[in-house]
Every structure is written in structure tokens, then in C-alpha cells.
Write a protein that binds this ligand. Sequence first.
Ligand code: F6R
Length: 603
Amino acid sequence: MCGIIGYVGYEDAVPIILDGLKKLEYRGYDSAGIAVMDDQGFSVVKQKGRLTALEELVRKSPIAGYMGIGHTRWATHGEPSDINSHPHLGSKNKIAIVHNGIIENFKQIKERLEQKGTVFVSQTDSEVIAQLAEHYYNGDIIDTVIRVTNALEGSYALGIMCIDEPGKLIAVKKDNPLIVGISDKGNFIASDVPAVLAHTNKVYYMNDKEIAVLTKDGVSFFNTDNEPIEKTPETITWSIDSAEKGGYEHFMLKEIMEQPRVLKDTINSALRSGENKNLLDSLDITRFNRIVITACGSAYNAGMVAKYVFERLCRISVDVELASEFRYKDPIIDENTLVILVSQSGETADTIAAMREAKSRGAYTLSIVNVIGSTIAKESDATLYTLAGPEIAVATTKAFSAQLVLLYILAVRFAHKLKRITDDQQEELLSEIAALPDKSYELFEHVDFIQKYASNCVGYKSIFFIGRNIDYAISMEGSLKLKEISYIHSEAYAGGELKHGTISLIEEGTLVVAISCSEKLYGKIYSNVEQVISRGARVLFIGNCIQAIPDDRLSIIEIPKVNELFSPSLSVIVLQLFSYYVAANKGLDIDKPRNLAKSVTVE
Ligand code: F6R
């Protein structure tokens, strides 16, 4: 997601901020900017594109100041552009802010301020913070920040400067990270430790709704009643490299751990307010008689899961097609077909080609994409955005999970529009989806067990994954994850298919990972488990309805109870952790597996 750095002190803020932004580059961004303050007021330089271009601009038209804020932006509301880049200033040029997060009620605030005459210049949710702060400003910046944060719904980490209170850099956060670094040459705010590590290893971790006031000589903290609070700094002992990964050994593990937050952001964007919600409200499903989901790799697996959810809830037949196949098969689609394209990057060549094929045949194309402004987002008829933030590990985890929840919500909303479910049923299903972030968090209790179990799996040449119905669909993702990062051959099978061939491969010591989140099908999958155990297999059984007879060869991971249609969001996190720890125990380059690229832009 976006990166924030701020400085107030005895040195020129510009090089410190530019250097800090470079240290935040790993978070991914599409534009960058800086605002500094000196005795004359604010100087702002910001633009779409790489940091090198920002540095070049600053070199050509130098700016300087003793205090400043900088930002790398990953677009969520409003396309990547110069005007949408941060910092944002209020119309009176009195308050400048940088923001990381999502303001869910920005439309309401914007409308209110527009009625009072405020003129907005960007399409971002963030600009409302600067405008609202100017609107409330009464000579006391802390008081103003309290009022602003009371009005905001959503998540934020903010760096704020006010022209009338020179020398004060203000920071506040809710549900997004922010640290305060202290040193003899001045004080810092940042999204993450690497941005300040060159200057200090003494940092305060801010808690939600705490307000930090930094001056060149010190930092004070306040609560939302404007009362001072005491905090103790921590000493960072990480290297820059591990600091970028939030202290985790690999980006993949960091991204797995980010999933409760990503699920929450994506679900809120679809259910509470924002462009995703607007699109879901306005889409007319009743005109389609067929749904085709097309994608590649993990995104295809998300489609396989979605097929079960759509068909069960909407009673419309759904075909899931590999995008690389779809374009060559003379697909049977027309203007009554809804074609859903799923892609993290929005740049996968095969998925782009499938989209163009579908459009040329008159189908309506709806994309589910993570990268704003990507080709698929631009060319499809409509786009729902996963709010996963930049995904750095090649193997997708958090973007996949965000795709799943958007697909569930789409299915529930469509089922309701088609009158296949009642208002109450829709309400109940959506609240089960809204409960997923908290339930996913509970899964991290199993990390130690999974790590230990995985350490005994490094010697396998082949591992099988089985499930039935939707559990089979998610076992395909478990299998893909394992093979791509651990280089162990693996296959996913529908449990009932074992006896039609694969069971001949089961022998003493083979590992089978079985998934069971459907009470109705538990007996069936358990009988598959018994069959493979009796042929000498070890089984790792993952589910929420397991009642197995204890066996030395059987290990069980219980996951929280949830409607089986949404259970893949929980089982997949266990599968991701399992793959990660197998690969970690093999000492592999997990974030960059051999022969793979993050975005496959060639056929
Ligand atoms: C697997 C993985 C790939 C991608 C596939 C599609 O972990 O990341 O299988 O899912 O290459 O990429 P996108 O989603 O960018 O279209």
C-alpha cells in the first residue's frame, strides 16, 4: 500500500524525505510526491510515475524546508495521475496531508463540503481530509485533528502540516501502520521502519487514534481527549532488508499475515461504500443467461471456487475457462453472457486476449483486478477492485483471497437480484462474509504446528491434495501454491476420482492433504482418507467438521466454522502457510521461485 515519510528537524527535509521514499519503494507505488515547509509556506512537487522522475523534478526546480512530508501512492480511489498524487492541500493552502488507507465515507464528506463551497481538485478519498481539516481549523491543530478523525470512517495513517503552526508535524493513525522515529538531528514519521533506519533505530509504534506532535526537539503524544499520554520507544535491531519485510523472512509470509486486513478492506469496499459498492448496486444481472469466468493460474482457481458459490446461490450455470484456452476455442458467448475476468496484475496476456475475444462477441465483461489503471481494468466494461495493495511475492496469497471475497459478494448480490434468495438470506450470507477477517486471524494460532509439520515434509517427491466440491476447488490452489514455491510435484484430485486412477500412486509414506468443510460431504471425504491411510499414506486433514478416529498417520488442523461456501477463504490460508513452510525448510528463494514471473505479459 502507500508509503509515508515525514521529517522535522535541523537538516534540509528534502533529501531525507526522498531517501525515505526510496526505502518504501518495495511497497509498490504508481506516483510519488513531497511537500516541504519553510518560512515562506509550502512547496509541493508530486507526479505520476517513478521516484527517479520526482527526484529529477526536484533537481530542476529545487525546494527546501526544515519540515516535510512525502508519499508513495498506490491508487485506490482515482486513477494514478499527477493531481491524485499526494500530498494533498486544502483549497486555502493552509493544511497539507499525506494519507495511507481508505476513507469509506469520503463521498458524504465531499458532498457536505461542496455544498459549503469547497472546490475539490482530485478524485481521491484523501483530499477530503485536507479540506475537512481546513474547514474545522480553529487555531488548534490537535483539536482539529481530533475533530477530523472523529468524522472519518475507514482506515488511515496521516502526516499533517499546518501553515499556522510552523514547526509542528502531526501524525495519527487508525488500522494502518505508522511509526515515529526520534534522533538528535530531528524526528520522523513513517509507514515502516526502513524509511527511518538510516537515521535512527529508536521508534515509537503508534496505536490507533493516538496523536503524535513532532517538533525538531521532541515528540509528544495525545489521546482523543487532547490529554498527554506516555509512550516508550523501542530499539530496532533489524537489518534494512528484514525491516522491509516487516520483520518476516519473506514477503510471501508478510502477505499471508496481511490477509485479515486485506479481507476487511475489500469486504468494506463492496458492502459499505465506494466504487465497488456502487458497481455492485447498479449491475443488472437479470439480462444474462450465462456466466463465464476466465483467468490464469491462481486467479483461475478463484474462479473454480466461485463456480460453486454462483451455481449454488444463483442457479445459473457457470463455466470456468483457462484464459489461455478460451481464446482459441471458438467460445459460445453472446450479448447475454457475462464474462468475468479475474487478474491480480490486470496485465496477463492470456486474460487480456480472452477479454478482447469476449468483447468482440458482444459479451459484457466484468473484471476483478488489483492494479488500478491496468489494461484489463481499463478495457473491461466494468471493474471491481481487490484492495490487496501491492503484492510483491510472485506466488499470490492476499490478492487471491481478495478475489475470493469479491466473487462471493458478487454471487450473493446477484442471487438476490435474481430473487433466488430473500432479503434475510442475503443479509445472513453477507454477514457471514463480513465475519471472515476475524476468523482468518484465528488461523494464525496454527502457525507453530504447521511449521513443525512442514519441516517433516521436505523430502517428499510428490504430495496429493483431495477435497470434494468447493473443497476440491480450493485444494487446486493448495496444490499450485506448493508446487510453485517448493518444487515438489503435487496434484489436486476430487476425492471421488481417486479410485479411478490416482490411488495406484498411493504407497507407504505418501502424503495426502485432505480438505473437508462440508458437513454433507464429510463422510465421503473421510472414507477417501481411510482408503489412503490403509495403503500407507500420511494425511494432513484440514477442515471444520472433522470427527476422525485417531491414527498415527493422521494429523488434523481444525479451522473455524463458517458457511461451507465461504470456507475456502479459511482453508486456503492454512494451505498457503503449509506451502510456505515446506519451501522455507528447503531453503528456497520463496519470493522469486525459479522460472516464474509476477506478471505474465507474454503468451
Ligand atoms: C500463482 C500465481 C499465478 C497467477 C497467474 C495470473 O501463485 O500468482 O498463477 O495467479 O499468473 O496472474 P494475474 O492474476 O496477474 O492475472
